[in-house]
Structures are given as structure tokens and as C-alpha cells.
Design a protein around this ligand. Structure first.
Ligand code: FPP
Length: 246
């Protein structure tokens, strides 16, 4: 099962306490840890976290640089334990826009944890769903131009294999905290068949129990992937185009 989370509400959480926005981001690290642990316990196979969007560069410089420092700090602090727990890390997004020191650490963390057999933890940093479609389109077009790929061989699997989440199943459940009910240019292709779960809880206040509540609601929903209820009775296990068991 693939769960994705848009972690929203750090700024509002801080403001409500009379604190600066970065205090909210700092407080947002604890629920990241709680969710990673709980997701692993609950048998989630892929957890994708939206940490920083392509559009977040528009925030004040100071907030952006503090966020980057926070990522570095959290990664350095947690990497040993993540590795010991067999977590495989993957970072998606426009990496070349990140600070070189951060880029090197992300790559080192990916190389170190590659092949681990536990939870796959995907962190989207400088990521945008439209950017992802654009880079996949360019990579495919380049292959066509070089004569390596025929246009009529471009199918859904081909597109998927050029995307940032290549090799991973589509998202089963998308959770967004902080009360807004939108996708905000996060994963687009991968959300084709996702169940969407919105909670007003601000991210720093999100707990392992809140994740459980979302998973319980997900379990109670009926996913049809475009089919009728009657068809579901005939074939209870269905697959999305990206291979997620229904
Ligand atoms: C959205 O809240 C949150 C962010 C832009 C940053 C998310 C970062 C973390 C939770 C830090 C830890 C992450 C990792 C992967 C270690 P917002 O600032 O948009 O809140 P607002 O909508 O209330 O202003």
C-alpha cells in the first residue's frame, strides 16, 4: 500500500502560539518520525511525503534556507536509525535547485539505503507534479528523437517508467493535513485512483493515531477503479494501471 501525505499547517500552528513560522517547521519533524514508524508498523510499503514544492521557492529566503537546514539536520540525525530499520530512502524533485551540500547528502542517503527491504520512504523536495510530467515528456521525446523509441510504443507503462516514482505503485491513499482540500501540484499521475483524505489537523499536531484514523477510513472505502459494484463482487482483487492491488 502506498500512502502519500501533504504536510500542511506548520505556519498556522506556529502563529497560533505566537511563534515564528520556522518553529512550526521544526515542530513538523516529530510527526514525520511518528508517521514513518507507524506506517512501517501498519505494513504500508511506500510512504511519500511532500516536504517542499516547486512553488515553495517563492517563500521568504530566510524561511527557505531554514527549511533546507532543517532537512539536513533531520536527515543526519535519523539516517542511521532509518537504515537500521531497513527503510529505503528516495528523494524526488528538482534536485539541482537544492543546495549542493544537501544534494550530496540526499544521494549518499539513497546509496546507503538502496536495497533495504522495509518501508520505502520517498521525500518530495523541490517537487511539482507538472515538473515531473514535463521531465518525463522531455526524456521520452529525446528517445524518440534519437530513434530509440517508436511513438506507438509510448504507453502508460512507458510514461510511468520515466517519472520520478518509476517502479513504485500508484498512491492508494493521499492524506492532506491543515484543512485545505486541494492537490497543490503534488503527485498528479500517481493520484489517478487514490482515495483522498483531508483533515483540519495542523501538521505539527498530527499523530500516529491520526494516521491510523486515516488508514481505517481508507479500509472502509470501496475502490472500484471505474468498474461497477457487481463487477467487484466477481473479481475482488483489481489492479490499477500502475499495479496497485485494489
Ligand atoms: C507546510 O506548512 C509545510 C512545509 C512547506 C514544510 C514541511 C516540512 C516539514 C514538516 C519539516 C520536516 C520534513 C522532513 C522531511 C524531515 P505551511 O508552512 O504551508 O503552513 P501554513 O499553511 O500554515 O502556512
Amino acid at each position: 500500500m502506498h500512502v502519500a501525505i501533504i504536510m500542511d499547517g506548520n505556519g498556522r500552528w506556529a502563529r497560533a502560539r505566537g511563534l515564528p513560522r520556522h518553529a512550526g517547521h521544526k515542530a513538523g519533524v516529530r510527526p514525520v518520525r511518528a508517521c514513518v514508524e507507524q506506517a512501517a508498523r501498519r505494513g504500508v510499503t511506500v510512504l511519500t511525503l511532500f516536504a517542499f514544492s516547486s512553488e515553495n521557492w517563492r517563500r521568504p529566503r530566510e524561511e527557505v534556507s531554514r527549511l533546507m537546514a532543517l532537512f539536513l539536520e533531520a536527515l543526519d540525525r535519523e539516517i542511521d536509525e532509518l537504515h537500521a530499520n531497513q527503510v529505503e530512502l528516495r528523494f524526488i524533485g528538482e534536485r539541482e535547485r537544492l543546495q549542493p551540500a544537501l544534494q550530496r547528502r540526499l544521494q549518499a542517503a539513497e546509496m546507503r539505503t538502496r536495497g533495504n527491504t522495509g518501508l520505502k520512504l520517498v521525500v518530495a523536495a523541490a517537487y511539482g507534479g507538472q515538473w515531473d510530467m514535463l521531465q518525463a515528456t522531455r526524456a521520452i521525446a529525446a528517445k524518440v528523437e534519437r530513434g530509440e523509441l517508436a511513438v506507438n510504443h509510448i504507453d502508460a507503462d512507458c510514461i510511468q517508467s520515466h517519472r520520478a516514482l518509476a517502479g513504485l505503485p500508484g498512491v492508494d491513499l493521499l492524506i492532506r493535513t491543515g484543512g485545505e482540500q486541494r492537490i497543490s501540484n503534488f503527485l498528479l499521475w500517481d493520484l489517478a485512483y487514490s482515495e483522498l483524505y483531508f483533515t483540519p489537523r495542523l501538521w505539527p499536531a498530527f499523530t500516529a493515531e491520526d494516521l491510523d484514523a486515516a488508514l481505517e477510513e481508507f479500509a472502509a472505502r470501496r475502490r472500484r477503479f471505474g468498474r461497477t459494484d457487481d463487477q467487484l463482487h466477481e473479481a475482488p482483487v483489481l489492479r490499477t494501471p500502475t499495479g496497485t492491488p485494489g
